[in-house]
Design a protein around this ligand. Structure first.
Ligand code: ADP
Ligand code: MN
Ligand code: MN
Ligand code: MN
Length: 354
């Protein structure tokens, strides 16, 4: 029996990568990545190679059922390699793969809160925003709203949630956001590589499903200047030490370590591009040049949820990452800073030196 396999990868666009995919017909059923052939693509068309040496490789790393086609069809997330088979410089997953295995005994878990904004098919105005210079009514009624005067685009959100569940992606929940046409879904909690892979697959499904209804999803951290909320990707993080009795102490220790690397992480754009437009100190953010943490503080860099403080254990929420962040880089930075020797950026200079 033949099946359709969608090979999905992250491209080399800068400052913010997008996603690419292409379809292959193969003999099924396929259950493990080792059953899938390595494939290739034209890296000169994805900002990952020159025309002279354009053959990049696609190495399958994670399979999920294809929720759109059904049957035995699958989606497969791939790592990108150079013509010689080694990881491509844009392949940040390869770095996290090694780090996560080095720190496997910490039993780290991640949960991502992906905020995004829906646009009309031309990609210029947020979905159902008025034409020209007009704006919708000011923020206040949209967050977790109900009714077609308060939330725009729910059909896509519901379909996306069902699709994630069908694909076995660890979607945790969804909500309408503060700015009209802005939404959020959460992924996790999962191991570092799993959470980041699931986030990329969920992003791909959102872009792909938007095609069918002619809605564009964007991860711009500050889609509309002025008194409109930006879009982040709050990153929730815990280790076994934080989750057991008395773990609050480990959570505070982690916050302090992250504070010491704050300036370096910001300088390296670890938390996404254009994040300075979002981290202004207003709209539930902390100013980009300030590091602050506290219980229940939505104006801080890191928030310790009130329930976590109450229980004396749990996880922390890093509120700095922007919606367009690369979860492999963010998870790398948090893991290395909290569990390791302190984060150093040399492995990420492909993106830092743009
Ligand atoms: P918020 O109150 O900040 O809006 P959400 O309910 O949107 O929070 O998201 C909570 C996130 O926390 C989810 O992504 C979930 O996976 C994650 N999470 C829950 N428990 C843990 C944990 N122990 N470690 C890491 N992440 C966790
Ligand atoms: Mn949330
Ligand atoms: Mn949110
Ligand atoms: Mn949050």
């Amino acid at each position: 029996m033949k099946i359709m396999v969608e090979y999905i990868w992250i491209d080399g666009q800068r400052p913010t990568a997008r996603m690419r995919s292409k379809t292959r017909i193969l003999k099924g059923p396929i259950k493990r990545v080792s059953q899938l052939p390595v494939w290739g693509f034209d890296g000169s068309s994805t900002e990952q190679a020159t025309t002279q040496s354009s053959d990049c490789g696609l190495v399958p790393v994670r399979i999920v059922p294809d929720p759109l086609n059904g049957g035995s069809d699958i989606l497969v997330l791939c790592e990108v390699t150079l013509p010689n088979g080694t990881p491509h410089p844009s392949n940040t997953r390869a770095h996290l793969r090694k780090l996560a295995s080095r720190y496997a005994t910490t039993r780290a878990l991640f949960g991502f809160e992906q905020e995004y904004t829906l646009y009309d098919k031309d990609g210029v105005r947020p979905l159902r925003w008025p034409e020209g210079a007009a704006f919708p009514a000011p923020q206040g009624k949209y967050y977790c709203g109900v009714g077609c005067d308060e939330v725009y685009g729910r059909k896509l959100i519901t379909a996306h949630t069902h699709a994630c569940r069908k694909a076995g992606i660890a979607i945790y929940g969804t909500n309408g956001e503060v700015m009209p046409s802005q939404w959020e879904f959460q992924i996790g909690p999962l191991d570092p590589l799993g959470a980041a892979d699931h986030l990329w697959l969920a992003r791909w499904l959102l872009y792909r499903m938007g095609e069918d209804v002619e809605i564009v999803a964007k991860l711009d951290p500050k889609p509309i200047a002025g008194n409109w909320n930006g879009a982040g990707c709050h990153t929730n993080f815990s280790t076994a030490a934080m989750r057991r009795k008395g773990g609050l102490r480990a959570i505070y220790a982690a916050c302090k370590k992250l504070g010491m690397q704050h300036a370096a992480h910001i300088a390296d754009h670890v938390y996404g591009e254009d994040n300075h437009k979002r981290l202004t100190g207003a709209h539930e953010t902390c100013k980009i040049d300030t590091f602050r943490f506290g219980v229940g503080d939505r104006g801080g860099s890191i928030r310790i949820p009130a329930q976590v403080a109450e229980n004396g254990k749990g996880y922390l929420e890093d509120r700095r990452p922007a919606a367009n962040m690369d979860p492999y880089r963010v998870a790398y930075a948090l893991l290395e800073t909290v569990c390791g020797r302190g984060f150093r950026n040399e492995v990420f200079n492909y993106f830092a030196n743009k």
